[in-house]
Write a protein that binds this ligand. Structure first.
Ligand SMILES: [Zn+2]
Length: 644
């Protein structure tokens, strides 16, 4: 998550998701800094969060045949795996599962028949789920598993019609990152394994089904859908959604899927998508995934966005009418190069996905909207990093994490993997010059396209393709410090923003007893400037001061979630109870964790606030995603234990 004020107990259920917000930071007291030494290649490449044994046998293709049942809240059917047996002595296929009912396992015999195979489902581990071991002494080329999901699958959310915009049709969607794909498909659920896939899905006739695959904008809505994803992807990019979804194009290869009442607003908000694709192609080479469409989800989507290939999943909270939050689209699009094309091999190297993507996102914003806006966004993120690092465990401040650091892959720090990761690349760009660095990055995406790699592979490439070619620009010690050290090195390049400095001056003038910033000035402020204004206010303010701000700028009830995310916690901390009805409405309407968790956290700090939070949560809960529910429950439970 991006917001630094968050203090959450970390648990298995606090799932990340890509998006522009990963997991909440571990808010623990700083420990002694571990030694900055590299990990061995074998350790760095081992995925601690999967039972799979891809060095023995590897899935190369997945074929799903599933029935989607809204009443039962299940997906059920079969998965057929095409296998590449690598170890000549291997006779077992080990898969990751969570809360799945396994009906049968079969192997494809030489005569084309399916023959039953023995299988064993181990007891459930809280974080990893249940290991499924299929005994296959004949080492068949294909294995088929029959299964059904649980209504509580951590990777799926089922919404009643009342929880949608249109209120007529039920809705469901998946969120597989980090390790939730295993709750709806038995898989080698590790980003080190890539596979192509196809799917046949049946659903009620009035429901459109989409996947992270070749969605056809002209497909007949008949309850019977087929998909193909011809490029190999890691399991966390497997995605499905179903509901009353219609399509409107933005450009020749991009468009929006959304509920009918949302689609036009989203098309207008995301009108620059084609330009963004062209900019990224000019910088980093061709877009390799055919179409780039966006699916706008109901407000309960727990993240900002998820870069499911060919179909980014997007929160409706960025549709604010002025394109001020489209950095999210730039981010999810950028993943088509960093993450989806070149992928981290396991969660110790999450920065290879998110740091590169945040860097590319910022380059897209600069190209489309100018350096000033790009710098403002950088500064806001770096301010958040600074605040988060004041209390963040140094072990989580390293770009390449040591083995054993993460009990759950969702425990990575957003400040580290997104912001420090991008900052490291901005440092390299500054030292080597933009021209050389752009060429290097383009070469990196080409060389490692459709591969999953650890940090060390990137560093070897950096040394041979940049440091060796331009000696004397960067030392090995500087690289070590960035990648294996905590904190932000002193060599980090700094940016300034005259527009944010003007906001600082206006805020200070008011706090010092002067007038509020003039409406003629604030009329030109973007979301970034408003966010900066509110973030810079003191921890608490007298109620009448908040009332004065509200009278001038109408913060309470704002339709802009980024402002609400910062304003409501301030209102709560200050005892500004006039905002309570709007806070309740906000928490009940929005399920995006980043936006609502700071308010829940602020409420949980006092007995009255906690009581209010519990009442609101009870009403909001049916509309929340399991991931959001778990986060709120953790905050409330912690407050009740009396450990704020
Ligand atoms: Zn991302």
């Amino acid at each position: 998550m991006r917001h630094p004020l968050l203090t959450l107990a970390l648990s298995a259920a606090l799932a990340a998701g890509c998006a522009r917000e990963a997991a909440p930071p571990a808010d623990t007291a700083p420990a002694a800094a571990p030694a900055a030494t590299a990990t061995t290649p074998a350790e760095a490449d081992r995925d601690e969060h999967s039972y799979a044994e891809p060095h023995k046998v590897r899935i190369t293709d997945l074929a799903l045949d599933l029935a989607l049942d809204f009443a039962a809240k299940t997906l059920s059917g079969t998965a057929i795996y095409t296998l590449e047996w690598r170890d000549p002595t291997a006779t077992e296929l080990v898969l990751d599962t969570r809360d799945l009912r396994i009906v049968k396992a079969e192997g494809l015999a030489a005569d084309g028949s399916w023959q039953p195979l023995e299988f064993a489902l181990a007891e459930k581990d809280k974080t990893l789920g249940s290991k499924l071991t299929i005994r296959a002494p004949q080492r068949p080329q294909k294995i088929r598993v029959g299964y059904a999901t649980s209504p509580e699958a951590s990777g799926l959310q089922w919404l009643t019609p009342a929880m949608t915009e249109g209120k007529k049709t039920p809705f469901m969607f998946s969120q597989s990152q980090q390790i939730h794909a295993r709750s709806w498909v038995p898989l080698q659920d590790t980003p080190s394994v890539r596979f192509t896939y196809s799917a046949h899905v049946t659903a009620p006739k009035d429901v459109m089904v989409l996947m992270s695959a070749d969605n056809d904008p002209n497909a007949a809505r008949d309850g019977d859908y087929s998909f193909r994803m011809p490029q190999p992807i890691p399991s966390y990019l497997l995605a499905i959604a179903a509901g009353d979804l219609v399509f409107k194009p933005i450009g020749a290869r991009s468009g929006v899927w959304a509920e009918p009442t949302m689609v036009d607003r989203a098309v207008a908000e995301f009108a620059d998508t084609e330009k963004m694709i062209r900019t990224t192609e000019r910088l980093y080479g061709p877009y390799r995934w055919d179409r780039y469409d966006m699916l706008v989800l109901p407000p309960s989507f727990p993240y900002g966005g998820m870069e499911n290939p060919r179909l980014s999943f997007i929160t409706p909270t960025v549709v604010v009418g002025d394109k001020s939050l489209v950095a999210l689209i730039a981010h999810e699009l950028a993943h088509s190069w960093s993450g989806n094309l070149v992928t981290f091999s396991n969660s110790k190297h999450a920065w290879l996905n998110e740091g590169f993507t945040s860097y590319v996102e910022n380059r897209i914003i600069e190209d489309l909207y100018g350096r000033e806006r790009a710098d403002m966004e950088n500064l806001i993120e770096r301010n958040e990093l600074r605040e988060e690092y004041a209390t963040l465990d140094p072990k989580l401040q390293m770009l390449a994490l040591k083995p054993g650091t993460l009990a759950d892959p969702d425990e990575t720090s957003t400040a580290t993997v997104y912001t420090k990761g991008a900052w490291f690349l901005q440092f390299l760009e500054q030292r080597f010059g933009r021209e050389a660095f752009d060429a290097f990055l383009r070469g990196y995406f080409d060389k490692f396209a459709f591969r999953s790699i650890p940090t060390e592979t990137f560093l070897a490439h950096l040394k041979s393709e940049l440091m060796a070619k331009y000696p004397g620009k960067v030392t090995e010690a500087e690289i070590e410090e960035w990648v294996y050290g905590p904190g932000v090195p002193a060599s980090a390049p700094q940016v300034s923003s005259p527009r944010l400095e003007a906001v600082d001056a206006a805020r200070k003038a008011w706090l010092d007893g002067g007038a509020l910033p003039d409406k003629a000035v604030t009329a030109k402020w973007s979301t970034q400037e408003w966010v900066h204004f509110v973030e810079g206010l003191p921890e608490t303010l007298p109620v009448e001061r908040l009332a004065a701000l509200d009278a001038a700028y109408r913060f309470t009830g704002t339709p802009n979630g980024e402002i609400a995310q910062r304003w409501y916690p301030l209102a709560v901390r200050s005892g500004y109870t006039r905002a309570n009805p709007a806070i309740a409405a906000f928490l009940q309407k929005i399920g995006r964790r980043k936006l609502i968790m700071p308010t829940y956290t602020a409420l949980a700090k006092t007995p009255e606030g906690l009581k209010f939070a519990e009442e609101v949560f009870a009403r909001a809960r049916p509309g929340y995603h399991p991931i959001t529910t778990a986060s709120v429950e953790a905050v409330i439970a912690k407050a009740k234990q009396g450990t704020p």
